[in-house]
Design a protein around this ligand. Structure first.
Ligand SMILES: [Zn+2]
Length: 261
């Protein structure tokens, strides 16, 4: 058991929340019961996840995507009423950590994706230094090998956009014979593509793609891999929940409710 306020404080400090400019509130988004023993974690505070928290009698939900975002109307109707009323009626705390959880150097989504894909981080790129850039920790023979590695690690085949002049089966080496430079940023980081190109990436790995990025990939000679927003962001919240279980003796269960996006 842990007091809600103590858990909130240790999470806020661990994830260095005050250092990020975000478009949602990070931390305790919905106040529930005072004492927390069982935490259920998942990527998004969807109604399905909230219902699971009720069924499993969780004291708190820990998510990457909470309920409140800057572009919302602010009214509590429809889906918002359903989700919020369920949380409040069952006195369940909702903790949400967005960019601070993407960026944490070991527990974060980007660090966890790197571990899952066997990538070695050498630096950062992009706004607020959220993106990571590096190489494969083990030699890559071809792009196929990387595509396969991603598919196996995330249990989902990525959408790959190839540059105009690129042989999928060709040896995947730069003219200098170095390992390919890979940049990655989980979730909806299609807007980070240009900074990844500027940072010297030859492959960009993220969750989503929008129309303009396909053209940029073709024209700029950088391979674009859209691996799923949900699929690339399962790692952080799970690692954070496990960390809480180990360090604070709380019970933690991660729930992967499938999302095709
Ligand atoms: Zn996300």
């Amino acid at each position: 058991m842990m007091l809600r306020e103590d858990l909130k404080h240790s999470l806020d400090v661990l994830l260095a929340c005050s250092q990020f400019k975000d478009y949602c509130p990070n931390g305790l988004q919905v106040e529930g019961k005072k004492k927390i023993g069982l935490i259920l974690s998942g990527v998004t505070a969807s109604l399905a996840l909230i219902e699971q928290a009720i069924e499993q009698k969780a004291d708190a939900l820990l998510v990457h995507h909470g309920l409140f975002w800057k572009n919302q109307s602010g009214v509590v109707t429809g889906w918002m009423k359903m989700r919020l009323s369920q949380l409040l009626a069952h006195d369940i705390n909702l903790f949400a950590y967005h960019l601070p959880l993407d960026a944490h150097p070991t527990l974060g989504n980007n660090a966890q994706l790197a571990a899952a894909l066997g990538l070695e981080q050498k630096g950062h790129f992009g706004e607020q230094n959220l993106g990571m850039i590096g190489t494969s920790a083990t030699p890559l023979k071809s792009l196929d090998e990387l595509v396969m590695r991603v598919g196996l690690a995330l249990n989902k085949a990525p959408l790959v956009v190839m540059p105009l002049q690129f042989d999928l089966r060709a040896d995947f080496k730069t003219p200098l014979g170095q390992a390919p430079v890979i940049a990655w940023c989980t979730g909806g980081a299609q807007g980070y593509f240009e900074s990844a190109i500027q940072a010297g990436a030859q492959v960009f790995i993220t969750g989503e793609i929008s129309e303009p990025q396909a053209h940029l990939a073709r024209e700029c000679g950088v391979v674009y891999m859209a691996c799923g927003h949900h699929a690339t962001e399962r790692g952080g919240v799970r690692a954070l929940g496990e960390h809480l279980a180990q360090t604070h003796g709380l019970e933690h269960r991660f729930l992967d409710l499938d999302n095709p996006a």
